[in-house]
Write a protein that binds this ligand. Sequence first.
Ligand code: HSE
Length: 436
Amino acid sequence: MGTRIGVGLLGLGTVGGGVASILLNPQERHPLVKDLELVKVAVRDLKRPRPVALPDAMLTTDPAAVVNDPAVDVLVEVIGGIEPARSLILQAIDAGKSVVTANKAVIARHGTEIAAAAKAAGVYVLIEAAVGGGIPIIEPLKQSLGANRIDRVSGIINGTTNYILTRMAEEGAAYEAVLADAQRLGYAEADPAADVDGLDAADKIAILSTLAFGGPIDRSAIPTTGISALQGSDVDYARQLGYGVKLLAVAERLGKEGHDPLPLSLRVQPTLVPKDHPLAGVNGVNNAILVEGEPIGRVMFYGPGAGAGPTASAVVADILNIAGIRQASDSAGSVDPLLAADSWRSCVLDESGAIRQRHYVRFNTLDAPGVIGKVGGCFGECGVSIQSIVQFNASEAGAEIVVITHEVTERQVSDALQAITDLPEVSGLAAHLGCL
Ligand code: HSE
């Protein structure tokens, strides 16, 4: 057990509920999660049903009471919007507390002010959840890719619009009809403007650009076009020409080196993406960010761009980073438990053959009556259900029988293969591959 870290939460909506749920259920996660203690939570209405059960004494309607609680070491801001979020973040920094926020609107507009205040106070403001939901992209840009000259960051960073565009492409449906459906399913807000007009994506690309290129840009100057005027016919024509249409956010450098200020181009716009481009297969509410740099080349980050679980995953990772740094500095000579990657329990490889997966197998056989039946019979006797069975290359010399099974255990498959290769009509097992 290391130093306990008190966590204060501003907001107990979708993301706040997800964060509380992780903190209250630390089992099977990194042992540092057990050192995070949720101490105070600000909600708008004490009577509203909550996504997680918390003791009444932990709740308040006064956000300042969370910020100023001496037991709160790290403030988590997930209320969104510009004010009072900005002021509360600055108050926490003034009180010497590190902050974790998912608030892209506030960081895109006031990130410079907040970062300067944090630096002066000697605390951290971490923002992994602000872009790409559960996708790690902020920390890679700040740390893992730090050796590179970044040339371009582009991506699909709004799940709502990607869901709408995916359905328009797949069903030939009109924008208005899909938007209404997305609102009914809870993917789009009742007021969808921030998403469909590209403003949310512009906030996010402003943040990514600042990290990738090392300097802030004027958020309000990013040319931004959303998808609300997009015609279904253009999505269809693009498809016929071999392209998908995606709402892309792009930040790229125009000067290679030595420019001060560094010229950049940023934009958010519906964009034709060739079908074989890595971003073309990113569908539904998923997000993906493609980073291009020297010397790494291209690296893509893909995953769920929103939602309680994914966003809370990013928020708690940030709290853990602060906890790790704090534990390392609190006890002289100790190292950050996250960077150290110490083992924290023993694991063992299972050799029981109980793992289940699909299998692809190919047999060389005689081309004779009843062979497929006998092969199928052996699988059936071992409890292996066949998804497909096909015969190839039948000739006097023999035939190849290819089988794809449903999900079964290793033991079932190896028993069946033993029985099949013992059949006089089967001359051998020519291939055995896994199948996802
Ligand atoms: N509204 C955002 C989206 C999720 O649709 O991607 C939060 O950033």
